[in-house]
Ligand binder design. Structure first.
Ligand code: FPP
Length: 260
């Protein structure tokens, strides 16, 4: 077993048998996750929705740790969409507070493990104290490259595309004849990040919810009925095992490891 997994994966467990099935030479480079179902998890327990988000932040911790230990290079988490502002004020405030607390608590873990934090989305509407904290941790971890954790905050896929077009239009020296897919990608928030190979969604919904619309063109999609607060390392390992059984053809008739 990969030495980083020793002690983390207990012998004789379902996790261990999943790890044994993994081919560490062909892991997805980038996993993107739509963390859904916190509210339903809380409702099932007759708890306030906020408790679902609190429990969901524990799943975030476990998924980050698992990705780091397995050797995933990029993990993008859809933590707050542009549409999430429509929720009750108290819920919105708690979500931002949870994130702020998480950063204050976990910053050392990120540094020690050489994890980088990167934010995508429109920053201006994010409460100032949270934004400061986000920017502090982004700066602190800027040169780390073991695992990049991309947090999508106040993020919308269509807005990202419109923002890219606006940036192109503002770029006076831009040669329009040279515009192609690769060039366009370089104007997106994710310009320095490869496209996700695997998109995970929890809580069984069959939607992409305005998430990374451009970048998921060829991603493998894996959906589980588990609600986000119940999502544990065994689910992530199962997603990886299933991903490795898929044949990625990128429109060709033959399988490819990566898009050309
Ligand atoms: C969806 O559940 C989840 C969210 C809108 C936010 C995810 C946030 C966290 C896990 C909290 C902390 C985040 C970090 C990065 C520390 P939902 O409320 O839409 O659930 P429902 O569909 O059942 O109502």
């Amino acid at each position: 077993m990969n030495e980083r997994l020793e002690g983390f994966i207990k012998p004789g467990t379902e996790e261990e048998s999943l790890v044994k099935q993994l081919d560490f030479s062909s892991l997805p480079r980038h996993i993107a996750v739509i963390m859904d179902g916190n509210g339903r998890w809380a409702k099932k327990r007759r708890l306030p929705r906020i408790e679902g988000h609190r429990a969901g932040s524990e799943s975030v911790r476990e998924v980050v740790e698992t990705c780091g230990r397995v050797g995933i290079k990029f993990l993008t988490l859809y933590a707050f969409s542009k549409e999430n502002w429509k929720r009750p004020k108290k819920e919105v405030a708690t979500l931002w507070r949870l994130l702020e607390d998480y950063l204050k608590r976990e910053d050392k873990v990120l540094v020690e493990n050489k994890f980088r934090l990167k934010i995508i989305g429109q920053r201006d509407p994010i409460p100032a104290s949270v934004r400061r904290e986000l920017e502090r941790v982004e700066e602190l971890t800027r040169n780390n490259d073991r695992l990049t954790i991309v947090l999508a905050l106040n993020y919308g896929g269509r807005t990202e595309i419109v923002d890219a077009v606006k940036r192109i239009l503002k770029d006076k020296g831009f040669e329009h004849d040279g515009l192609d897919e690769e060039k366009f990608s370089s104007f997106l928030y994710t310009s320095d990040i490869p496209d996700p190979d695997l998109l995970i969604r929890t809580s069984g919904e069959l939607r992409v919810s305005n998430f990374l619309l451009w970048q998921i063109a060829y991603s493998e999609i894996w959906i589980t009925k588990e609600l986000w607060p119940d999502f544990r390392k065994k689910h992530l390992l199962q997603a990886l095992v299933d991903y490795q059984k898929r044949e990625r053809r990128f429109g060709d008739i033959y399988p490819h490891k990566e898009r050309n």
